[in-house]
Ligand binder design. Sequence first.
Ligand SMILES: *Cc1c(COP(=O)(O)O)cnc(C)c1O
Length: 387
Amino acid sequence: MKEKYLIPVYKRVGPVFVRGKGSWLWDEKGEKYLDLFPGWGVGILGHCHPDIARAISAQAARLIHLPNNLRNSLQDRLGREIVDSSFPAKVFFSNSGTEAIEGAIKFSRLYGSKSGRYEIITMKNSFHGRTMGGLSATGQKKYKNPFKPIVPGFKEAAFGDFADLKKKVTRKTVAVLLEPIQGEGGVNVAEKEYLRDLRKFCTAHDILLMADEVQTGMGRTAKMFCYQHYGIKPDVMLLAKGLGAGVPIGALVVKKSIADLLQPGHHASTFGGSPLVCAAAIEVFKIIKKERLLARAEKMGVYLINSLKKLQRRFPVIKEIRGKGLMVGVELHEPAEPFFRAALARKLIVNATHVNVLRIMPALTVSPAEIDKGVKILEGVIGNNDK
Ligand SMILES: *Cc1c(COP(=O)(O)O)cnc(C)c1O
């Protein structure tokens, strides 16, 4: 279908969706779809969690926006939630993941300016967003090449290869930026040893370790933040996607001892951290605690992976199942896109990424029955070969 009013940057598929609840979406004809990839990772609580809907509508009636030169107590409260569940830090609120990355790039340039360092090492197959900075940090040529010249000062290392990383370090290196689990790049899980070596190396050389937790954060991997699986702490952490359960909010989280390097005039956002989006994100933290969603994500993640492994034993087209918590990749021996389309035709929403990988990231509230149903549909898609 050709877009009439919209710039055609999105490949849109399926019917027109008009309503959602939990792991379900309804189209305009009233047909129901199982959504095991709600909001491209945003839907950490599924669609329209009632407490989120209530928090947003109450805040909308009270105060929607404030400019950032006036005090905003909701930013304080949300900052505290983030810091209490991560590490001693200070927070800046953006509107998206890529803007959180921009903040991290700017922070690292500032951090390195005294010693003349500015280079950031990022990873092959990484994804850090679509603004020029985020794009330049992204280790995938297909995203960058049409927009040359990209921002200078980025170098790529192979993900998981500590020796390669050390080779890319120069006297200009100020930071390493990586996703603890690469999402867009095909659900590639960093090894414990690698992140621990990296942490030690960065500390020894005064290099900032910056964790892009835009996709892995907020309980997605069954810890509040994915780095917590590794027994390390980053110096800088980036959040977005699940943080607001659907409202646009991102965060730049910087270790407390260095956070005040950013001073008035260095960075700002007109919309960033409005009372409306902060109220939603504060509610997300509440719900995760109240409904014990980290423990639930752990259990449901194991259940999902085990169910998929049963399929793998029967269907040789499945090469590997990998992931943590409710961030799961199914690597196929064939392109994943036709499987994604066939699943959609059977009213199941998943995602195809990095050519051969089906990505499944259900809401943390997903039920065993919903996982069973999703796996059954996938079984039909793969078994009947109706792609
Ligand atoms: C989605 C994503 C981004 C970009 O976030 P936007 O909100 O789309 O700008 C950055 N990093 C990672 C790891 C992501 O998954």
